[in-house]
Design a protein around this ligand. Structure first.
Ligand code: GDP
Length: 177
């Protein structure tokens, strides 16, 4: 059982991501104060079956107040931003820097894997059609490279690349054991 912690600004889609992955559902205006702290999902990675615990940091959005306990025993971190809303992308740097100290595995020299995911690609498509400025794929890639993080773009609404995101992250969990 591995613990994956999701973080990022409020409303980027953390709860929706977990709901899509674990229940294959999407709810507009999901009430993120409902529900439990984490959901589990069993996935197959390269022929190996592993169980993931997905932890939502809802209500902890002001990163300075993040409970350390969320990250202390994390095996992987998934940082989300909303690619239709640039502010959440700008704020992602603060998130990476807040979380980085926890990516060092206690008592070892190894680091736990970090993935950056640009969510709401469906909304970006709509917004770009209207000529509105959104966060481009190459901008997300560049940021991830800077922090040695994995990168993916997702849509919790459409279900695009949600399973792929956790599978890619889980693939790295194997090698950090
Ligand atoms: P959280 O605060 O980060 O947990 O964000 P939520 O999961 O509560 O989502 C915030 C809002 O964005 C809700 O109204 C969701 O329905 C919506 N949302 C989440 N993911 C997506 C997505 O991929 N596409 C679109 N269009 N809306 C989304």
């Amino acid at each position: 059982m591995y613990k994956i912690v999701l973080a990022g600004d409020a409303a980027v889609g953390k709860s929706s991501f977990i709901m899509r992955l674990c229940k294959n559902k999407f709810v507009n205006n999901l009430n993120s104060t409902l529900g439990v702290d984490f959901q589990t999902k069993v996935i197959e990675v390269d022929g190996r079956v592993i169980a993931l615990q997905l932890w939502d940091t809802a209500g902890q959005e002001r990163f300075r107040s993040i409970a350390k306990s969320y990250f202390r025993r994390a095996d992987g971190v998934l940082l989300l931003y909303d690619c239709s809303y640039e502010r959440s992308f700008i704020n992602l740097r603060d998130w990476v820097e807040a979380v980085e100290p926890y990516t060092f595995k206690e008592g070892t020299a190894s680091k736990i894997p970090l993935m950056i995911a640009g969510n709401k690609t469906d909304l970006r498509r709509e917004f770009e059609a209207e000529g509105r400025r959104c966060v481009r794929t190459d901008e997300g890639h560049r940021l991830a490279r800077e922090y040695d993080a994995l990168f993916i773009e997702t849509s919790a609404k459409e279900g695009d690349y949600i399973l792929e995101a956790v599978t890619e992250l889980a693939r790295l969990l194997r090698t950090t054991e």
